[in-house]
Design a protein around this ligand. Structure first.
Ligand code: FES
Length: 184
């Protein structure tokens, strides 16, 4: 093999190597594109799937929270009590505090009403002289047992479960009941 032939052979080998490298690079870029596409799809898809299935997977927290000692409440009176929201948003701040109307109906019996009107959710006020809850938004009126007395509310005030535990009145806090769901 003379020098010319050697040079030609060397050039062919270099060309084959270059073609081989180009294909490898193309394959690499193809795979990189597929990986980036897959990653993008996962970044978008996983939260959506999580959101769609979260009601099935997520068990809402149920926490008994003390709202005061039994002796703090008089029989026949309705009192405004506050406690922490059972499922506050991380950015809720002071809005993580919520409230209820607590009525002591006997020595060991309490009823806790949500403060939110069953019509459109405005906070209701307790009028002790009239023994009525009044909603300032559209004139809804509730009796002292939370049943509807007048106005647009479709149902009575929703209730929380209440218990007396070690001398403390405790409310079972769950995510805010809506549409007049009675939980107690
Ligand atoms: S929100 Fe209470 S009556 Fe409408």
């Amino acid at each position: 093999m003379n020098n010319n032939e050697k040079n030609q052979k060397g050039s062919e080998t270099a060309l084959e190597t270059a073609v081989s490298t180009a294909i490898t690079r193309r394959q690499f870029l193809t795979r990189l594109s597929l990986a980036a596409g897959g990653l993008g799809a996962a970044l978008v898809g996983v939260p959506i799937v999580g959101f769609l299935f979260s009601p099935l997977l997520k068990k809402e927290p149920e926490v008994w929270q003390s709202v005061g000692k039994v002796g703090d409440f008089k029989v026949g009176e309705t009192t405004h009590v506050t406690f922490s929201d059972a499922s506050p948003l991380p950015w809720a701040g002071v809005a993580a505090e919520t409230a209820a109307w607590l009525r002591r109906t006997s020595d060991q019996q309490f009823t806790a009403f949500t403060i939110n009107c069953s019509h459109l959710g405005c906070p209701v006020r307790w009028l002790p002289q009239a023994e009525l809850f009044m909603c300032p938004c559209h004139g809804g009126v509730y009796n002292n047992d939370g049943s509807v007395a007048a106005g647009p509310p479709p149902t009575g005030l929703a209730r929380y479960l209440v218990r007396v535990n070690n001398g403390q009145v405790e409310i079972r806090t769950t995510p805010l009941p809506i549409e007049g769901q009675i939980v107690g």
